[in-house]
Design a protein around this ligand. Sequence first.
Ligand code: MLT
Length: 239
Amino acid sequence: MHNTILWLHGFPLSSASFAPQRAIPAIHVMPDLPGFGSTPARAGMTIEDYARFALAELDHRGIDQVTLAGFSMGGYVAFAVARLAPERVRGLLLIDTRETPDSEDARRGRLEMIAKVGAEGVQVVADAMLPKMLTSGAPPDMTNRVREIMLSASPEGTITALGAMANRADSSSLLPTLTIPALVVVGEEDAITPPADAERMARLLPSARLVRIANASHMANYEQSEMFNRAVEEWMNRS
Ligand code: MLT
């Protein structure tokens, strides 16, 4: 029986950002969080609400325990899942994310972005974030596809997620309590959640391996999918 992996996507992306990970031999659960991809937005969600949504997806499929994989915002949601239902998490895969909350500056930036999305639409987020998602060496068709995925987010969902991320909890004290096997992966050129964040999380987790992916920025799983998938498979075979 294969391991089941629940993949939680980042902002403003969708499950499509995990398409290359379907090559990993496992059972994959890849929901679109509300407001992204094909799932309609729900107003006023918190990070814990996204976690409850993800748990309901597992209930719906009759899945008890999973390896939980969270990319960036999906990592924030993964921490909330681990807080709400630790018994359902048998392993943790943290991809280009961080356990710390927003700084005051970052929170202010989110509020400004909420106003801009309200006035101009989701392309302002795509314009601001796309250059930080992939390295400048990424093939143009990859960059175009990531932009397309971003533009599939709804304005309501984007605004809701910005508010949820701005108000997210500090998960620093959670990490030392997670004794399950963990893999922390980071793109060496990630400027949004840099390698220093990954190193700190790996130190806080009792049972973590850290893998750095060369020639990758924030979306390490997408930009260097073969290297990423190999790291995940090796980790799953050992843990
Ligand atoms: C993401 O990729 O999910 C976002 O960059 C996370 C964030 O803005 O904190």
